[in-house]
Design a protein around this ligand. Sequence first.
Ligand SMILES: Nc1ncnc2c1ncn2[C@@H]1O[C@H](COP(=O)(O)OP(=O)(O)OP(=O)(O)O)[C@@H](O)[C@H]1O
Ligand SMILES: [Mg+2]
Length: 357
Amino acid sequence: MPFSVREGINIFLAGFVPTENMRFRDFELSFKVKGDSAEEQDEKKKKKDEDDDAKKAKSAYYLYPEMTKTLGPFKLKVMPGRFAPSECVVMLGQNGTGKTTMIKMLAGLLQPDEGSEKLPVLNISYKPQTIAPKFEGTVQMLFNLKLQETWQSSLFKTEVLMPLNIEGLLDNEVQNLSGGELQRVAIVLALAKPCDIYLIDEPSAYLDSEQRVIVSKVMKRWIMSSKRAAFVVEHDFIMATYLADKVIVFDGTPALDTFCTSPESLVTGMNRFLKMLEITFRRDPSNFRPRINKGDSQKDQEQKACGNYFLMEESLSKLKKKDQMTKDKEEEEEKEEAAAVEEEEEAPKKKKKKGKK
Ligand SMILES: Nc1ncnc2c1ncn2[C@@H]1O[C@H](COP(=O)(O)OP(=O)(O)OP(=O)(O)O)[C@@H](O)[C@H]1O
Ligand SMILES: [Mg+2]
């Protein structure tokens, strides 16, 4: 007996066919928003501790300046930004709005237009959007050549290699890998490289839906535990929602004249992005899967009327709280920054006075 689309998708996610009493996957794929489950609460606490540590360190955040980039008829304006270690900034936008262009500028592969302030040199690990391997040899040989022993640590094995099912690919020729296998190998190469900032352009391309969920979990956990920052370009809305601590939205006329926002909090950024597309989301009550509301349905109209494009229902209040905490934290950091600058400016004056005495 065939199932409805909704039932079919939910059965696929649950990994269990109730009418047959048959389990076909050991675990359920769930879309609970960060902060909902005990596991996520732990992650949140861990992140808070890490944030506190990061706060103590003087170089607790990175800055990039306002920039423009012209490529033939295309012009991108990047608003200045600030991001912290352990933070994942997701870049959202239509095709041709300049996401890859911005990532390449952060990677130092493209120079901003003359007149833009210079970008600081960042210690990065970059996964490009298009992967065309020239390497002749096996996956293991590629890892040994590019990563030396970093990919052999037991932590990396359990946190990355095993969940991404890479060990079965080690003896395969790189040239013969399928699109999804190649993507997973490229993600491993990016995550294993020592750096301060990951720049990952479209990690979910070529991956099936199950692999996308696994890859986003692996990336999120690794970024947080390694205390590195990450910029991730992502078209898959579910993956983007799962990964994002902050969001950069690309807007304007694709291929011609576009701009992107500074990194914003998750709810603000997602609302901006969905408002641009005139789409509202709600959550499926059984597994929290984000679902698009039918245009002009009652829910769609209600959510649009109150500016709540990014669903959440019961989770919205939690996220709003989280957003407020992020904003408070940023304000606090800005105050500290201003105080530090003032102190630095005052120091030479005090020295001078002392010298006079
Ligand atoms: N070297 C170049 N010369 C001229 N135009 C370019 C060059 N590189 C990119 N462009 C143009 O700049 C625009 C932005 O490209 P970019 O690759 O940054 O978009 P994107 O947001 O990453 O798109 P997608 O989602 O399709 O990957 C596109 O219109 C592209 O054709
Ligand atoms: Mg791109």
